[in-house]
Structure formats: C-alpha cells, structure tokens
Design a protein around this ligand. Structure first.
Ligand code: 1GP
Length: 239
C-alpha cells in the first residue's frame, strides 16, 4: 500500500520537488489515456491527481483503472464534490475551501463524503484549499460560489494557512483555478512557505517550465499542472 503523505513529507525534508499532473475526467478522452500516460511516465511527474469542479459523467473508475494498468504513480483524488470518490485511487485530498465562507465547501460535502470514505482504503489527507484571485473567474469560484482572496492580501492568506495548520490539516493547496490567467503570486508563495511547516501545493495557471521552477524556488513543495499538459501532452519535452 502506498503511503502518500509520508512520501510527501520525506520529499520535503530531502528538498525533492514534486509534480502532480491533473486529469479532469470531464475533459479527457478515454481512448487517448494510454498515450497520455506514456507522456506522464516520461515527464518528471511524481503524482497523478484526478478531479474537476463539475464532473458530469462518471468515468472516474474506468479512467483510474486505465491509468493503473500502465503507471505506478500514486493516484490522488482531487474532488469537486463527494460524487467523485473512487475506491480505485490511492488517496484523496480531503479539501476544505478555507478561502471562502460557503459552508457546503467548508464542511457539508465533507460530512456527506465521510461515511463513504470510511468504507474505503483510500488514504485521506486533510488539506487547506485556498482560492486566490487570478484575473478571470475560474470554475472553482463559480461552482463553489465563493470569492477568491485578493492577489495582494498576503496577510489574510497567511492567517488562513496558519488556521488550517492549527486545525490539523496536513497539506496547504494555493489554487489560482484551472486555466487561470495569472498563477498564484510568487511573493504570496514565499510568505506562506515562511509561515507554515506542512507541505505546500501550488497550482492553477502555470503554463511553462519556468513557471514551475519559479513556484518551487518560491517555496512550493509540489506544483500541479492540468491545462498546459491537456493542451500540449509534449509540454514536459520542451526545452
Ligand atoms: C487546478 O491547480 C490545478 O485545480 C491545475 O490548474 O489546469 O491551470 O494547470 P491548471
């Protein structure tokens, strides 16, 4: 059995940076999964995330089984709601949208998901999830009906992250939103990294290898890439 969180902690300790590739089941064509997975295997990816803000057709089980048949990377659910749980994954980011004040995304979905998760062997990783303003309205903001935190409000982000850590969350995820015009500001990543001891994930709107490196240099332990890989599966081959 994979021990996803312990491996993330070890990577942080050893200063090894992590890279998750996000597959949105709504956007993926099952017929091309095998060739995409070859690209993932050849990329410096360490994790596969599965999820989306509004998955409408449930192909998650099939998608995960397909990925697993040719790839050993840990598969972590990154769910928009409890319908996106699959017993075939290895773990789940148990997200609380701490940047917003919508009780559905702070606790209601979690209450609905808990009895389902209890019956699975999924590794559950409590995660503080913060949506940061990104220049355009992203699906997370639309679906969660919450306001992102302003790009220059580092104090609020840091205080929110501190609260998440004090609540016992094990990961912080700073999210600009999938397809964001602007990624999370580097100064904000720096401030958060300075003020937390738990691993920091950053994603949304990162579209270049330099963007990934900059996020790492600012203090991100893991970067999530979705849209850039979706648009160009050779993304990681670009020099
Ligand atoms: C979205 O952070 C992820 O939840 C990835 O975003 O699709 O913009 O890479 P992109």
């Amino acid at each position: 059995m994979k021990n996803i969180y312990q491996d993330i902690l070890l990577a942080k300790k050893e200063k090894r940076k992590l890279l998750a590739i996000l597959f949105d089941p709504d956007k993926i064509d099952l017929n091309v999964v095998s060739s995409l997975i070859q690209k993932v295997i050849n990329a410096p990816a360490t994790h596969i995330f599965i999820g989306g803000s509004h998955v409408t057709h449930n192909i998650i089980d099939e998608l995960i089984l397909k990925i697993k048949s040719s790839c050993e990377l840990p598969i972590v659910l990154f769910p928009g709601n409890p319908s996106q749980i699959s017993i075939h994954a290895d773990g789940i980011l148990f997200l609380s949208l701490l940047s917003g004040r919508n009780p559905d995304f702070l606790i209601e979905h979690q209450v609905k998901a808990a009895p389902i998760l209890k019956k699975t062997d999924l590794e559950i990783i409590p995660t503080s999830y913060l949506l940061i303003e990104s220049g355009n309205e992203t699906a997370v903001a639309r679906v969660s009906k919450t306001q992102p935190i302003a790009r220059d409000n580092n104090d609020l982000v840091v205080a929110t992250v501190m609260a998440g850590e004090m609540l016992g969350h094990q990961l912080i995820y700073l999210e600009a939103g999938s397809g964001a015009q602007q990624a999370v500001p580097l100064e904000m990543i720096r401030d958060v990294a300075k003020n937390t001891t738990i691993p920091l994930i950053v994603g949304g709107g990162i579209t270049s290898l330099l963007g990934i490196q900059n996020a790492y240099d600012a203090g991100a332990d893991m970067v999530v890439i979705g849209t850039a890989f979706e648009k160009n599966p050779s993304f990681f081959e670009n020099k």
